[in-house]
Design a protein around this ligand. Structure first.
Ligand SMILES: C[S@@+](CC[C@H](N)C(=O)[O-])C[C@H]1O[C@@H](n2cnc3c(N)ncnc32)[C@H](O)[C@@H]1O
Length: 264
């Protein structure tokens, strides 16, 4: 199986980031085969960074890059050089293949690696991207504290996530890092970095995207259920949990992308 080299804890990390459980991992690449952007907004990120007038020598690190949707767009639209890392090997294979098809494989490197290993490396990037990985590094202040270590001085940090749409805290597993918009701004800038831009994703866009993604998952799940009837309950459970997850998110979280510039 493709996950053989992963520890149990790493399998839990991948599953949690994709809002599922490790027992579904063998089916995940097929369930998500028709979805390329896994919960982030690559066009928004490309527009934000494009507005900064950065040179094509810009080096980007995309942590938990999934199928490379963000990195490939930055390489294609802005000519940046990208290193994308993800623990899930099937996604990395897809990212490499897509980069080849889009003619940017000379500017994109995709590696199977634990993002946490890169955070303790001595590398320095011009831009570090943390997109659709939620609270895996803790609250926003702790997350930025770790990301900024591998960003050059005056370099950029992109966070693609969200904040609480209402005053009520989220009592849901994996969502405890969410807080109000104002407090999120305070946490993001706690280490002295400047919040350069915030882009809010319209709720209607989030809903349309979720609906389409869930439809695609459903089609794939149906095909898998026919081939693996013994796993039908598990697969049906996955489809249901994705729909439920989207409903919770849509009613409680406002999606946002933030661009920060590292202070000293
Ligand atoms: C929701 S997806 C987002 C993927 C990508 N950023 C995108 O926007 O398309 C989360 C990804 O994080 C990866 N992941 C979770 N924990 C990780 C870790 N510790 N190191 C590397 N990748 C990780 C998962 O395998 C998954 O591909």
């Amino acid at each position: 199986m493709h996950c053989a080299r992963l520890t149990d804890e790493q399998e839990r990390q991948i599953a949690a980031a994709l809002e599922t459980t490790p027992d579904l991992l063998p089916f995940l690449s097929e369930l998500l085969a028709d979805i390329w952007e896994l919960g982030s907004w690559p066009a928004v990120i490309a527009e934000m960074l494009g507005a900064r007038g950065l040179p094509s020598s810009t080096r980007v690190l995309d942590l938990g890059c999934g199928k490379g949707a963000i990195g490939i767009r930055l390489a294609r639209d802005l000519g940046f050089g990208v290193l994308g890392v993800d623990l899930f090997e099937p996604f990395i294979r897809e990212a490499r293949e897509r980069a080849r098809r889009e003619g940017v494989d000379d500017r994109c490197e995709f590696r199977v690696a634990d993002a946490r290993d890169l955070l303790v490396s001595n590398s320095r990037f011009d831009v570090v991207v943390w997109a659709a990985l939620g609270g895996a590094l803790g609250g926003f202040d702790r997350c930025i504290g770790q990301l900024r270590r591998i960003v050059r001085s005056n370099g950029y940090i992109v966070i693609d996530d969200g904040f609480l749409a209402s005053e009520h805290a989220m009592e849901r597993n994996g969502y405890d890092h969410y807080t109000s918009r104002e407090e999120t701004h305070q946490l993001l800038t706690r280490h002295g970095d400047e919040l350069l831009q915030e882009t809010l994703i319209p709720q209607s866009e989030v809903e349309a995207c979720n609906r389409e993604n869930n439809r695609r998952i459903q089609v794939r799940a149906k095909g898998l259920m026919e081939r693996f009837p013994e796993h039908a309950d598990r697969l049906a459970g996955y489809v249901e949990s994705q729909v439920a997850e989207c409903e919770v998110l849509e009613s409680s979280i406002a999606a946002a992308v933030w661009l920060l510039q590292r202070g000293d």
